[in-house]
Design a protein around this ligand. Structure first.
Ligand code: HEM
Length: 371
């Protein structure tokens, strides 16, 4: 989700060449809206009955349908090979299949195939550029594959959720590394990063055998990741600049804090909560606090890398950021105090923050003139 570039055939700043990005991105937005609708139902809002089974698919639609498709599209653009576009297409089709009334195995199977495809795409990217950032994102893709394989094999969603979180967290951490000009990368910071990655990965592996212990070890890894990003990312310095640079830093810094909060919850709660309030806080501190803060910050750079558009920075971007942060504080507090009505309203505000973000992006988009 970055805009850096490389001179080795893997251009992360590649301009989109394929006509496929328009239908794929349309499917991404459609699936995101379906996931948000399901989120409102899951958090307790009574919504009009739909003829399709949506509620149970909320997590999978968010992780794979929305973000998995987006990450795969971005990597297909970077690799500049037509076959690589099969990956986002598979994950978008699989996600739509999930709520189209077809047998669940079809959607799950297509999405698992997409994750396998992303691992293969990373294999080719890594052969062209064997760096720590690509390696980290490749491990993230493997985590998506393991999470989806667990889910395909009929394991409950909470067994897959940690692996899915790993996919998103490692993809983002790798992309921050990819923008190595924004990170102070000395040997110490690399070692710190490897320890965080090791602790988190070991935690997930242990969770396959002793779920509770593994989640707690994974939590320690997440705290280290957050501390690493807070310590070594230049966001602490760029927050003093202005315009888009400052806005991005204003998204990243609270995102890193949410990563540490999520990690702390994993460490304390472990595998003892597999649904309900604490489970909600453990995962949404990561998914909304970390992942969506990163998306808000990076969207003005990512969108032009996958579409022929430019995004003009506007100070009103701070409004959707503030709404997300405040509503998430409210939601996590409501989770900790088991206050369902407050959690329900906070969830609605979370959804509004995301819709407001989409609206603000759409208003700031300009078609890039043909070269
Ligand atoms: C936008 C507001 C959101 C709301 C209102 C919401 C609501 C919920 C609720 C109520 C649950 C069930 C928790 C429980 O057992 O009580 C849940 C689970 C989950 N959510 Fe969200 N969520 C939101 C955003 C997200 C985002 C952005 C992601 C991922 C990027 C995400 C991924 C998941 C996952 C993976 C699960 C667990 C799997 C499952 O049970 O389906 N959610 N969400």
């Amino acid at each position: 989700m970055s805009g850096a570039c490389a001179s080795d055939g893997v251009s992360v700043n590649a301009r989109p060449r394929s006509r496929l990005h328009v239908p794929i991105l349309s499917a991404v937005v459609f699936v995101l809206l379906a996931a948000l609708w399901a989120a409102l139902g899951r958090i307790g809002w009574r919504l009009p009955q739909l003829p399709v089974p949506l509620l149970g698919q909320h997590g999978a639609l968010m992780i794979s349908g929305f973000l998995g498709t987006l990450v795969s599209l971005e990597r297909a653009v970077a690799l500049q090979k037509r076959w690589a576009y099969a990956v986002p297409i598979l994950s978008a089709l699989g996600s739509i299949a999930l709520f189209s009334g077809l047998p669940g195995e079809i959607g799950r199977g297509l999405i698992t195939l997409a994750a396998l495809g992303l691992v293969i795409v990373f294999f080719f990217i890594y052969r062209l550029r064997s760096t720590i950032d690509i390696g980290t994102m490749a491990v993230g893709a493997m985590m998506w594959l393991v999470g989806n394989a667990l889910w395909l094999s009929g394991q409950p969603a909470y067994h897959a959720a940690g692996w899915w979180a790993g996919f998103l967290i490692l993809t983002i951490a790798g992309e921050r590394l990819e923008l190595s000009r924004v990170l102070v990368l000395n040997q110490r910071s690399r070692d710190f990063f490897k320890i965080a990655l090791g602790a988190f990965s070991i935690g997930l592996l242990v969770s396959l055998i002793i779920f509770d212990v593994g989640v707690r070890i994974g939590g320690a890894g997440l705290i280290l990741f957050g501390a690493w990003l807070l310590r070594f990312d230049v966001a602490r310095r760029t927050i003093r600049k202005d315009g888009l640079t400052r806005f991005i830093a204003a998204c990243l810094l609270p995102g890193y804090v949410w990563l540490m909060i999520g990690g702390t919850l994993w460490l304390i709660v472990g595998g003892t909560s597999t649904n309900g309030f604490l489970y909600d806080a453990m995962y949404h501190a990561l998914f909304l606090g970390f992942v969506f803060s990163m998306i808000f910050g990076h969207a003005p750079i990512i969108l032009p890398s996958v579409m022929p558009i430019d995004v003009e920075y506007r100070p009103r971007f701070y409004l959707h950021l503030a709404l997300l942060q405040l509503s998430l504080v409210l939601r996590v507090a409501a989770d900790l105090f088991a206050a369902q009505p407050v959690r329900q309203w906070a969830g609605l505000l979370n959804v509004l923050a995301i819709l407001f973000f989409l609206f603000n992006m759409a208003r700031s988009v300009r078609r890039r003139p043909a070269a």
